[in-house]
Design a protein around this ligand. Sequence first.
Ligand SMILES: *Cc1c(COP(=O)(O)O)cnc(C)c1O
Length: 406
Amino acid sequence: MKPKLKEREARYVMQTYRRAEVQFVRGEGATLFDEDGREYLDLLSGISVTSLGHCAPELTEAIRAQAVELLHVSNLFYTEPMVDLAERLSTRSIGGPVFFCNSGTEANECAIKVARKHAHGRGIDSPRILVFEGDFHGRSYGALSATPGLARSEALGPMLPGFEPVAFDDPAALEAAFGDDVAAIFMETIQGEGGVYPVSEETLLTARRLCDEHGALLMFDEVQTGVGRTGSLWSYEQTAVRPDVLTTAKALGGGVAIGACINSGQTGQVLEPGDHGSTFAGGPLAAGVALAVLDRVDTPDTLRRVRELGSTLHDSLLALDGVAEVRSRGLMIGVGLEDGIVASEASAALLEAGFVVNAPRPDTLRLLPPFTLTDNQADRAISAISEVLGARIPSAADPITGGDPA
Ligand SMILES: *Cc1c(COP(=O)(O)O)cnc(C)c1O
């Protein structure tokens, strides 16, 4: 990597990220190229964003077509791509109107606003929103306050009041925390940043029942799980439970920033003119690209491929030495490593070998490969992971690490 780039980044870019030592300059399908022309297999998709691979021709064409037509006019006027996209998202999920924004965080801000105003409408003065330990909802103050692991940072405080953390995936804890002042349960259906932990059906059913009994809203953050990642357009479709509010972003624009807060009929009219807004949101470029993404993703063939490839990868990973468990839905895959293997070291070794994989937890590798990954690329990924994990397992004969003789 150019040493100058690293120096200039350190000097001119706020140091809020720890970046891997690689500079990518080009991408094609599941392949990334660094500035020396070296190839990498991308098994992360920019954190579940470029699900159709890099520079997918349909998306490039949608961007080009919209760029020469109309980029932006603001939400003071009507534009058709936005309305087309809203109709598409609504009819393919929970049926109510959509609010557009530019990120997952913002989609969640909208959901929080809907929940609070909905609760005030029910006469609740001080609404509580229940959130799960280990969940991630974003970095602005609303989303941050809804993210228990980050909301405890005193340096960034004070947080927004009204968010109450509940033990992850524990129906009894949810029941105990519930009350008439609860505006909503706000949750990821599968923890993504937390390390790929799906919520059990029992917890989902309990959450739905509690919300129904008390008139509260069940709100799913599908920013990472949505738009086909788990093998259905939304992950909740593989469960018995439907949310009242659904947030999406990441893969929706295939790499162009867009987010959406999708409502049910019940919540769609809660926010009124003046209650919420965003300058860029739902602009023709982002909406046009999102429509092209849905054209490709929301088809039986693509979704079946995600499920089948996901299940193949799941089984292959589970069979590897060094793997303790695999938690997956479709192509959202968490690989729990055996004790003694450090995920960040494995991920660094994989990068060195030309494979992009990340480590959301010290004991977990996360794979979010593009849906276009070929069987051959999947085989290469498994071999590379096998090799890296194999090299990191202390062997029984190793005199330094000891180990019980087999
Ligand atoms: C990434 C993510 C967010 C935040 O999305 P941004 O686009 O980074 O603001 C929120 N919720 C979940 C579940 C996410 O994975």
